[in-house]
Structure formats: C-alpha cells, structure tokens
Design a protein. Sequence first.
Length: 254
Amino acid sequence: MNNLNNAQKTFERAFKMHTDSNNLEGLCETRMHLAAVMQRLGDHETAARLLTEMGAIAMEHGLRKQLGEALHLLGELHLRRERPDLGTHHLSEAFSCFMGFGFKPSKSELVMDKELGGSKDVIHIYESHRKQVFEEEAEQSRLMMAVSAGQELMASYFNLLREAGTCSIAKMKTIEWKLSKAGWWVQRLHHDYLPCMCPIHNRTPLDVLRIQLETKAKSELAVDYSQGGSLLQRIDTVEDITKLRSSYHTSSRM
Ligand SMILES: [Zn+2]
C-alpha cells in the first residue's frame, strides 16, 4: 500500500512537470500510470476518469497509439468491474484504433510532412508512418475483446438459467441451446407463440391463439424467415415454389 502511495505521489509530480512543459505524450503516459495505481488502490472511478482524460488528449492531438491504449485499458477496467458489455465495445474500438481503421492521418503527422516535405526520404518516412499499424497492441485488444464477449455471453446465460425458474420461454431457450446449440440471444418468432405466465410475458394459451390470428391477418404471406428450417421443408417441391412465387406477385401488385 505504501509503495502504491509513493508511486501515486511520484506520478503526480511527473504529471505536473509534463503539464508545465506541455509534453502531450508524457501527459498521456502519466495519466495511464496514475490510472493503474488508482485501480490497484481500488478507486475505479478515478481510474476511469484518468483514462478518459488520456483518451481525450490523445484524440485531440492525433496520438493514435495513446488513444488505442486508453480505450484498451478502459475496456479492461469495465471487464474487471463486471461490465463486459462496455468492455467489448471499448476493446473493439481500441482494435480499430491500433489498426488505423477509419482514422485520418493525424494533425501532427501532417505538420511533419509539410515542414519536411522537400526530401524524398522524408516523404518515404512519412508514408510508412502514416500507415503504421500497431500490430502487437491490436492483437492484444482483439484477444481481450474475445474474452470480454465470452463473459458477456456467460453472464446472459446465467440470467437465462435464473429466469428459466419462472419463465417458460427462458426454459425453451435453454432446451434449444442444449439440444441444437441455437443461440438464446437470437430473437425467434416461435417464442412469441409460447404461452408463459411470468410477469414479463404474461400470456395464456388463449392469448397466444389471438396473437397468432392477428399476425396471420396482418400478413397473408407470413413467411417466417427466422425459421429457415421449416421454410426449406415447405418449399421442397417445384409446385410449392411456384405457389410461393405467384402469391408473392399477387401481394406485390396490391
Ligand atoms: Zn416468460
């Protein structure tokens, strides 16, 4: 603990020096180190604030690597605070940032080009600099993104199991996942036709019949694209295909 407090003081001193000399990369770096210390001290709020500030400085001055680092660390922080949904989002942005997807060459890079633009060598350096991909960092972000997305899914799976105690639809989704690996996170039409008395769904078998009739009235075609399997079974003869085609033409003329 004492060591951490000392580290905090040292970084705060460094922070002041970088502020005085307006050293942007140094400012980003000290914020990053300070955030790590605050995280160790259990102050996640301050850590998140410092990393957000770091990201803002980096974005404002076109420091792509530092921006990526800030996004990556924020992503890891969210993951640690059991918010994998936010984690995945930040880590995927960090990945794009390191790869340079959708990023224009930064202001500082452009200035460098203008100032030194005369010589061919410099243009060469500039060109290679502009297309720089931070591969190792990008790979790290991609890896953590996969971990985070996995955790996101696990959390929602535990929720599903909990819901399955009272909700028939959650129960059905669990069974479908166990039997045929059908993802419970995918919305499927036939779940709307299951009676369920849980507070969220609250529909009796009679309600379901009414819903089905309403849906049928709304669309004569009522082709359920989400049920690819049953669609394939239905059009396994040429006759059925022509039937489908002609009904499509009739309805599009209307
Ligand atoms: Zn339910």
